[in-house]
Ligand binder design. Structure first.
Ligand code: G
Ligand code: G
Ligand code: MN
Ligand code: NA
Length: 258
């Protein structure tokens, strides 16, 4: 409703901001990346989480200007980390809505933001859902190929919850699979129906699949040390979740790297 109509003005007024959640290499605990997560400090409704407005923004098309703002803001921050930490700087991971992946201006937008902010393309990762990359249209795929050729990393978010065509996945310009937290949860739970055993096997299979395809793999929703250890044992490359850190201001990343 009105929430979406007011988005452009809200961008202008600086009501949106980004939190960053660390992505950690499981073998040695090194912070390697940071996922940017948008929040809206609404003057009337208070602090709004993305699930309150991202879907709405997708429906109305406001996601395109909002996504452009997110990308620019994330890259502005990435440049600060690049200057401050050099080769130890985390790469930045930005979520792209389906509608953005189909926007004809996407590749030019990304190229311009990288040029304007001076961020190396290899320090930017874009997270797309399975439905965004598995679509039948060629345009989004062409865009992903162009981005990949520039050096931008492409990750599939919430992997395992959509409809991935595995034969097709092989030919996609994708670098990373992010395993949905719902599967990772099974690495700690002990459900009476034994579903946790199945989830653990699924995680193992997804990690093997990623590596067979030559892709990196990140587990989301890691909440305990035991989960992190098991994921490392399974061979999962990276983890993200409350066990390492909640999404927070850029300063949290600065502290973790200092
Ligand atoms: O921050 P939180 O854990 O509440 O995020 C909830 C959801 O919102 C996640 O699925 C995340 O992918 C999505 N999200 C967060 N920030 C953005 C963004 O900038 N763009 C898009 N398209 N989705 C986002
Ligand atoms: O893009 P994506 O939907 O994956 O965004 C990550 C979402 O998951 C964010 O809303 C973030 O706050 C949430 N999240 C991050 N870490 C954890 C965690 O360890 N456990 C749970 N339950 N949620 C998490
Ligand atoms: Mn994500
Ligand atoms: Na996700």
């Amino acid at each position: 409703f009105t929430l979406s109509a007011t988005m452009p003005a809200a961008i202008e007024r600086g009501e949106f901001y980004l939190d960053y959640q660390p992505l950690v290499r499981l073998s040695d605990g090194q912070l390697v990346g940071a996922e940017a997560l948008v929040r809206w400090r609404h003057p009337e409704f208070g602090l709004l989480a993305p699930d309150r407005f991202i879907g709405l923004a997708e429906e109305t098309g406001q996601i395109v200007p909002l996504g452009r703002w997110v990308l620019r803001e994330a890259c502005r921050q990435a440049r600060l980390w690049q200057d401050r930490f050099g080769s130890r700087a985390p790469f930045i991971s930005v979520n792209l809505a389906v509608r953005q992946s189909r926007d004809p201006g996407l590749v030019a937008d990304v190229a311009k933001v990288l040029a304007d902010t001076g961020v190396e393309a290899t320090r930017l990762q874009l997270e797309l859902t399975e439905s965004a990359v598995m679509g039948t249209a060629d345009e989004p795929l062409d865009a992903l190929r162009a981005l990949s050729a520039m050096g931008v990393r492409i990750a599939i978010d919430d992997f395992g919850t959509g409809y991935s065509n595995l034969a097709y996945l092989r030919h996609l310009p994708v670098h990373e699979l992010k395993i949905a937290g719902s599967f990772v949860e099974g690495l700690r739970a002990s459900a009476a129906d034994g579903s946790h055993v199945v989830d653990a096997r699924i995680v193992g299979t997804l990690v093997s699949l990623a590596h067979a395809l030559g892709l990196g793999v990140t587990a989301e929703g890691v909440e305990t040390e035991a989960q992190a250890r098991r994921l490392d044992d399974i061979g999962c490359d990276s983890g993200q979740g409350w066990y390492f850190a909640r999404p927070g201001p850029p300063d949290q990343i600065n502290r973790l790297l200092s």
